[in-house]
Design a binder for this molecule. Structure first.
Ligand code: DX5
Ligand code: ZN
Length: 223
């Protein structure tokens, strides 16, 4: 069970301090938005490069951009530990996922809430982490979409059948009141923005989320 706090809800003027506020995080989730793939604009490669120098926590880059085939390799080359591209935006996902891996990063593949996972079964061998969006991408602080839970279960089944080591990440509205449902459905990497950086004590919020995820029943019912 891994927790990846999203700096989208952090203070952008103090990113190094905000990264240091969650030393117990497994990853720092960085949302790159281009105002085209999603209706919001955040940050890009120069800020990711600056953050990489400012923290030893691995960076988990979530690219919500058009043409990720063109831009994703640079994030891997810069030293991000994980680079995720969206199925809805990638035109050559196999090539791009392979490039990300060959540059030393984990290859992530993201699906919006309405995008089914079944068509991508044959790609599982190319993917280190499947990101299932539990809100429509673009903004922090949205309400968790329960409608995605059956897809998390189906994805876990596919991954099990495939036999590989593919992590399942959930992103959007993940908080103390939703994380157990995600874990029970089969997620094992949890992005949380407002639930961490909106808390009085972000470090304690990470510990609490991890505890809840670890305490949840495992997919299939066994503890
Ligand atoms: C939304 C982003 C998320 C966002 C989640 O498009 O991908 O990473 O930061 O924020 P919360 O946890 O507040 O829903
Ligand atoms: Zn994200």
């Amino acid at each position: 069970m891994q927790i990846s706090p999203s700096i989208l809800s952090a203070d952008f003027a103090r990113l190094a301090e905000e990264a240091a506020a969650v030393p117990n995080a497994d990853w720092l989730h960085v949302d790159v938005m281009d105002n085209h793939f999603v209706p919001n604009l955040t940050l890009g490669l120069p800020i990711v490069e600056a953050l990489l120098k400012a923290t030893s926590t691995p960076i988990d880059c979530h690219l919500m951009i058009e043409d990720p085939d063109r831009w994703a390799p640079a994030y891997a080359e810069a030293g991000a530990g994980s680079v995720t591209v969206h199925a809805e935006a990638a035109k050559a996902p196999v090539r791009t996922l392979r490039q990300i891996r060959s540059l030393g990063a984990r290859a992530g593949f993201a699906l919006n809430p309405a995008t089914d996972v079944a068509p991508y079964e044959d790609l599982l061998g190319e993917i280190d982490m499947l990101l299932l969006m539990t809100v429509e991408p673009g903004f922090g602080g949205q309400r968790f979409l329960d409608v995605v839970l059956p897809k998390i279960r189906r994805a876990r089944e596919l991954v099990k059948r495939h036999g590989g080591e593919v992590w399942i990440q959930v992103d959007g509205g993940v908080a103390a009141d939703t994380i157990e449902r995600c874990a029970e459905a089969g997620a094992d990497v949890f992005v949380a923005g407002s639930a961490v950086y909106g808390a009085a004590d972000p470090r304690a919020a990470v510990d609490r989320l991890r505890e809840l995820a670890e305490g949840a029943p495992r997919p299939g019912g066994a503890i």
